[in-house]
Design a protein around this ligand. Structure first.
Ligand SMILES: C[S@@+](CC[C@H](N)C(=O)[O-])C[C@H]1O[C@@H](n2cnc3c(N)ncnc32)[C@H](O)[C@@H]1O
Length: 365
């Protein structure tokens, strides 16, 4: 298992990681599990793992250069209790960790996204506090340090609003925490004489994740055994692929609030069309290829074999919409069968019939 998951024994390959992998198997031992999101050059994680040799430490990071620096640091320290994952933090938290498995989450100087219009990109908000509550064990801790006080206040408001937590200290915010490691950013702010803010909460209550949180993090409800959506259209006449390709829509295929299915482009191949799709659901964005190809019964629409999105409702919806769009352009095509989620399929049928109804079609004056 280890060889499939990692090339160097430290960095795990996200494509090889199943939904909620068995961390005991990955580390080769059973031990409390802690996570750091946004590890930067990895110095905090290495410090933490050295201080706690009987704890398994996972670090996630989206920046490749930082990740490689962190890997080198872990290697030089010859640590066996650290694994790194190149993955966005909320995706990692919702996809890689089963409920009640994490002993602690650390966030050291998460990007504050200062601009008001970028605020919603911040990792920590009320939905995140809920998601983490489901992943932490009872008495599990959240520790965050930031140099940006508005973000600190926002994090406090988010964790206070979730009934799972109580503050770690008398007040949830401190400007000093003795014994806590000072990362590169902490040293930078210290040298400039600037303050930074520690926030600490402990999980004291088990909570059920509300529906709105599950919609924000669609991977949180994934079981890992979801079936791949495909649609088979039966056709009695040969397909004119060139004409079909020219008819394929580009751009927005579906939208509900900020959830969208977008067709970036379509490519024509031999008896097939490849669609480049972007599906956004809550905080999750997945880009993948779908293939529309000749089948002995007619035309098959499915996720392309070279793409590996998680089979969320959004991916089911995208395949359903794509297949129904293809069907619209082929008057002789009939639905043979599909494996799309039932509700998503019905919504796609309804949506396209509304979009294509004469009332919603603009007629020139
Ligand atoms: C300001 S740096 C702090 C680095 C390190 N924690 C330290 O204190 O030195 C923020 C780090 O978080 C990473 N990062 C930002 N947003 C992230 C996310 N959503 N998921 C994972 N990593 C993220 C960035 O690439 C960067 O390495």
């Amino acid at each position: 298992m280890e060889e499939v998951l990692t090339l160097d024994g430290i960095i795990l390959r996200p494509q090889a990681l199943p939904v909620r992998p068995n961390w005991e198997k990955i580390f080769g031992c059973s031990a409390p599990l802690v996570l750091e999101i946004g590890i930067g050059n990895g110095e905090f994680l290495v410090w933490l793992a050295e201080q706690n040799p009987a704890v398994n430490c996972v670090g996630v990071e989206i920046d490749r250069d930082y990740l490689l620096k962190a890997r080198n640091r872990v290697k030089s320290a010859d640590l066996r209790n650290v694994r790194l994952v190149p993955m966005e933090g909320s995706k990692a938290l919702s996809r890689l960790f089963a409920p009640e498995t994490l002993t602690a989450l650390y966030l050291n100087f998460p990007d504050p996204w200062h601009k008001e219009r970028h605020k919603e990109r911040r990792l920590v908000n009320e939905a995140f506090a809920w998601l983490l509550a489901s992943r932490l064990v009872n008495k599990g801790q959240f520790l965050m340090v930031t140099d940006y006080e508005p973000y600190a206040q926002e994090a406090i408001a988010a964790f206070t609003a979730c009934p799972a937590y109580e503050p770690l200290w008398e007040t949830p915010l401190r400007t000093e925490l003795s014994g806590y490691y000072h990362t590169k950013y902490a040293r930078k702010w210290s040298e400039l004489g600037r303050s930074f803010f520690y926030i600490g909460f402990r999980k004291v209550r088990t909570v059920e994740l509300p529906e709105w949180v599950l919609r924000t993090y669609p991977l949180a409800s994934l079981r890992g055994d979801e079936i791949m959506p495909h649609v088979l259209l039966q056709t009695s006449q040969p397909t004119d692929w060139q004409t079909l390709w020219k008819s394929m829509p580009k751009g927005l295929l579906w939208q509900q609030g900020s959830d969208v299915v977008n067709v970036k482009d379509c490519y024509l191949g031999d008896n097939c069309i490849i669609a480049d799709l972007v599906v956004t659901e809550g905080r999750l964005m997945q880009r993948f290829f779908a293939s529309i190809h000749a089948h002995r019964e007619g035309i098959m629409v499915k996720v392309h074999d070279a793409s590996h999105p998680d089979f969320t409702q959004g991916v089911h919806r995208a395949i359903a919409l794509l297949a129904l769009t293809v069907k619209k352009f082929l008057p002789n095509a009939k639905l043979h069968h599909h494996t799309c989620d039932g509700r998503t399929w019905r919504e796609a049928v309804e949506y396209l019939s509304e979009v294509n109804s004469p009332e919603s079609t603009c007629t020139p004056n």
